[in-house]
Design a protein around this ligand. Structure first.
Ligand code: CMC
Length: 443
């Protein structure tokens, strides 16, 4: 019977250690016991970018990157995208089980009752310059919510955590739409309780002088599906940030603002914006091979929307989104950008550079094209990612709060800086650049 342990021989001193293996992992703290002397700090794992470090145990999202599998609470993403709704998936993520009809109705009603935001928040949003990036406005406003709901800091009260979850799921579309309306100088549109979650968001975004805004059902459903696909993706950069900030036991609004900030970057949630800008910059199908050549030459250009730290196969979300893109463009009219994206995918998937590195389209490759066809400005794309990621971040945060093994996040470092040295008074300091310039040059 093989033993569930790992034997390590420290060749520096010839000592052998046996460490337990649990769930395919060894505990990093077991490495600390490996020391050359009693003064030695002990061995650490060096893992920049957390390429191979599990920081938590989770029961929320399962990904098999090699096979291209994504499941929330065990349910395949394909089934949820086809049969479920965003609010149902939000419920599933937080509570761990699909709701009954009455549970879902109640959840819908509660979320609806929280969609308004404090009137003071409007003034806050109004304070931003007209050309402020919506994501900057969005995440600052989310952080500001903590000043309205001070009880949010009672994070060890389960009922209190649930109320903040419902509040945030409800208010994100309102804040996002208000940020957009501010940037185009249009009056804010208040939530419409008779509309579905995605339809209400579209109404707050686009309602003009008509009495009621009713989106096209295909676009309403497309947005719901896109939201489902973005709900969670286990321990990515922004979720890790959510857990990292949450580990200091601050309120969830503040932690979520930090997570949204992490999402903003072009290597993460900002990639959909970057994909569209890339396609617009390339301009036409015939210029794609030239661009691919630049990417392969490594002169700074990346094929945005391609590649993933975890997926080494087609991102299952991208497959669904590609289908949604076709349905949306049936309604809104064909986009030359979709034709370019399809051509780019075709070329890349036949090219050894991308094949050998297992670089496939990710969730962001087609989502921007859909968002643009639905009238969202490019700047809004990361915000459109943050709205549905909210229940994911908060479910991960809830799991962390309830996990007795979790501690405040505090990684170690490998210090390679100067040894101790004495402070040099100003008069005694020399600028090395000046010394070099004055030095005699070799001939
Ligand atoms: N275009 C060209 N080459 C790439 C790309 C790309 N998009 N992505 C990775 N590579 C190459 C990279 O140059 C490297 O090549 P080499 O081995 O010759 O040095 C190799 O593939 C491995 O790349 P890496 O940067 O070590 O991979 P990573 O796991 O650190 O990065 C990534 C993952 C998503 C940041 C990266 O693939 C990337 O920058 N993609 C473009 C941005 C993007 O689409 N981001 C959205 C991710 S999905 C949404 C989300 O979940 O956040």
């Amino acid at each position: 019977m093989p033993s569930e342990t790992l034997t390590i021989v420290d060749n520096r001193i010839g000592k052998t250690y046996e460490v337990p293996i649990e769930n395919g992992t060894v505990r990093a703290m077991d490495l600390r016991k490996i020391r050359t002397s009693s003064e030695d700090f002990g061995l650490m794992a060096y893992d920049p970018g957390f390429m191979n470090t599990a920081a938590c145990k989770s029961r929320i999202t399962f990904i098999d990157g090699e096979k291209g599998i994504l499941r929330y609470r065990g349910y395949p993403i394909e089934q949820l995208a086809e049969k479920s709704s965003f609010l149902e998936v939000a419920y599933l993520l937080y509570f761990g089980e699909l709701p009954t009809q009455s549970q879902l109705d109640e959840f819908n009603n509660i979320v609806l009752s929280h969609t308004l935001i404090h009137e003071q928040t409007k003034k806050f949003i109004d304070g931003f310059r007209h050309d402020a990036h919506p994501m900057g406005m969005f995440l600052s406003t989310v952080a500001a919510l903590s000043t309205f709901y001070k009880e949010g800091k009672n994070i060890f009260d389960a009922q209190n955590r649930l109320v903040q979850f419902e509040r945030m799921v409800a208010k994100m579309p309102t804040i996002a739409a208000f940020c957009f309306r501010h940037s185009i100088g249009m009056p804010f549109v208040y939530p419409d309780g008779d509309l579905s979650y995605p339809a209400n968001f579209l109404s707050m975004m686009y309602k003009g002088t008509q009495l009621r805004y009713k989106p096209h059902p295909v676009l309403e459903r497309a947005l719901d599906v896109l939201f489902i696909l973005h709900v969670d993706h286990e321990q990515n950069c922004s979720t890790t940030t959510m857990r990292g900030i949450g580990s200091s036991h601050c309120d969830p609004f503040t932690a979520l603002a930090g997570a949204a900030a992490a999402l903003y970057g072009p290597l993460h949630g900002g990639a959909n914006e970057a994909v569209l800008r890339m396609l617009m910059e390339i301009g036409s199908k015939d210029r794609i091979p030239e661009f691919i050549k630049r990417v392969k030459a490594g002169d700074g250009a990346r094929l945005m929307g391609f590649g993933h730290r975890v997926y080494k196969n087609y991102d299952p979300r991208a497959r669904i989104i590609k289908q949604v893109a076709a349905e949306v463009l049936e309604v809104t009219g064909r986009s030359p950008l979709l034709d370019m994206a399809l051509e780019m995918e075709r070329i890349a998937l036949e090219d050894d550079y991308f094949v050998s590195r297992k670089l496939y389209p990710n969730v962001d490759f087609y989502s921007g094209i859909i968002y643009q066809a639905m009238g969202f400005p490019v700047d809004m794309f990361p915000v459109l990612f943050a709205i549905p990621r909210t229940p994911g971040w908060l479910s991960q945060w809830e799991e962390q709060i309830l996990d007795p093994e979790q501690r405040i996040v505090r990684p170690r470092q490998v210090y390679l800086g100067s040894e101790v040295r004495d402070y040099v008074p100003m008069a005694g300091r020399v600028d090395p650049a000046t010394v070099d310039a004055a030095a005699p040059q070799a001939v």
